[in-house]
Design a protein around this ligand. Sequence first.
Ligand SMILES: [Fe+2]
Length: 349
Amino acid sequence: MKGVLSEKALREVNDKGFVRTGIRVPDSVLARVHETYDRMAPSDSNWSLFYVKRLTSSREFPLRKVHDRARWAYDYVKALARKFPLREVHRRARRAYDKSIFGFSEALPLVLRECLSQGLACHLGDIPLLVGHDIYLEHDRHKKTFGFHHDGFGWDIFYQSDDDLSFYIPLVDLTDSSGGRLLVETRPSRSVLYEDRNDWISRFAAYCRKYQATDDRGLVTRQTVEDSPNRRTIAKEFERLLGERRALPRPTADDMSLIDASRGEVVLFCNKRFHDIEPWKLDVPRAIYIVRCSPLYDFGMAPPATFLNNAPCNRFLLDGCRGTLSPFNAETDMARAIPVPPEFLAADG
Ligand SMILES: [Fe+2]
């Protein structure tokens, strides 16, 4: 994550897995977050669409044999998506969260501008961050939550990196007595997932270029792959690369840092490393607001403007050097993309 975070923040994240920014989103802005999501119904939850909207399809790819617990959850939701109508998938997905809403809410720029006004730039490096989307998660103590996992390279997100940065902002106090605290890999630089860093996504982009799945700018996009006559071949490669990553060993409980955080506090961590949530103990709901960003790396790929249920995404650029948040223009701003560190670049072809 060199260049994504400042040197001090990088030392902090390499030492304990997260950055405590000292920023606290004030109640007036948190009220806007609440207003935004209070207006939305649990049925607006859309994370289950990650399992429905895949590059692969059931006709082309039969269910894999379930061979471990991690794959069980993955295959279970995939099976649901095939067996039941979408509404049923959503209903069953809500066993994990009452609300799990991914998009680009009106609260997002308010929160990030507040962070900038409280000195966010001193925690960031010189690589511009593409502000991908925000997430609202709400659940009571009977829900399962996502559990121990790392955020995979979801197809519908498409543009992402191994150095993605999450702004984790609890909307309730998270303490020993409340439970519900976030756990992250203590030393992400030693993570098994760190070794392949951005290599595999570079290899995937190269593979797509080999099969001419590019637009008139020569960039690989989600649409060019989906429209490609070689879609099936590319989908197999994508699944193979994901499988390689899933097969890597996992950290143990001893390797995880437990994070106490107060309501509105801003914590940064990399969601591509393993993380977990401890059980929630209170009768009131636990609510979390997250903003996901990706460094603007030049993978030869361009980000989509919508995802899941046509929710907007990738609409702002956060510039740590300038301390600014500005609208993202995919046509012109990709020229500002930073080359992926050369030691992790794959050969093209
Ligand atoms: Fe996650």
